[in-house]
Design a binder for this molecule. Sequence first.
Ligand code: CA
Ligand code: CA
Ligand code: CA
Ligand code: ZN
Length: 347
Amino acid sequence: MPPTRSAVLAAGLAGALAAAVAGVAATPATAQAGAYAATATATVFAPNPVQQLGLQDLADAKDADRPEFGPAYTKVTLTDLDGSGTLTGRYVRVKSSTGAAAKAVGGAFPAYHRDVDQFEQVMGYHWVTTAQHYIQSLGFGSTLRPVNQRQIELRINQYGGDNSFFRDDKANISLGKGGVDDGEDAEVIVHEYGHSVQDGQVPGFGTTLESGAIGEAFGDYLAVAVSSWATGVPARTDEACVADWDSVSYTSAPHCLRRLDGTKHYPEDVRGEVHADGEIWSRALWDIRRALGDRKASTLIIEAQFDFAPDTTFKAAAEATVAAARRLYGTSAASAATKAFADRGIL
Ligand SMILES: [Ca+2]
Ligand SMILES: [Ca+2]
Ligand SMILES: [Ca+2]
Ligand SMILES: [Zn+2]
């Protein structure tokens, strides 16, 4: 069992105290023990090569690192690390069963590319941490209550034809390697983190078809919101397109796993499958975002989720979302939310 955060903190404080007494620096400059204050440079896709390059004919080609991917590799600084040189941090620790663990030396991870397993490990760390930073940028954990501020485990393994999913507990993430490796697309990683976020807000969330569909929809919404926040509104792909790169293996161009701007309407478009039915809910979230802007929309959408029952219906969740809009931003925001859900047949 891993040490708890407070145990790590206590050990760090004890070490710092002992070092102070001995008159030496407690830790390297980049790592305050126990504080997850270390950083390291690394190379990622931001968010994925199709969205970055606008090349709809990019192919997985069995994980080949072809020259056309070159301009998509982006240097970033990983934050909130524990200073051990591994991908262990305040919000996520990465475990891989498909290759050796990525290792930083002197505050820098090697510039891994997509043909090595360590690239996806770095992607998983960076995009979970970035998604949590986005949520904090909305005020959660400062002016609003914290959302999912716990260290989750992100595993990379061979499971699933092409399916990143939760098994035993919904806090954690598993990224598969079917088709394009799931960990090569930030929007897949953040979608999965969306499930963790909802589970953090409402433990066990998503026990029924409609609540499950809300889970898929929120993951898609968060993926797009985080990707635009971190890398800018895409210029070469539609912003409403989710997982432009992972989906090249199983869609025709323009490649989208799903979209936020579909026209599905309740109840006649219900298919009884959570991802398909999620497109009803995600379009409503998209319309709220278009009406109120990213910051207000995401804030009220996430704040509302605290009030969802684990087995909520579309209608109850829509009412909670409208109430959150009214609480946070007043009548006109509530009207915009009501209209978004009414346009889908939910209210
Ligand atoms: Ca790969
Ligand atoms: Ca995949
Ligand atoms: Ca996208
Ligand atoms: Zn999902």
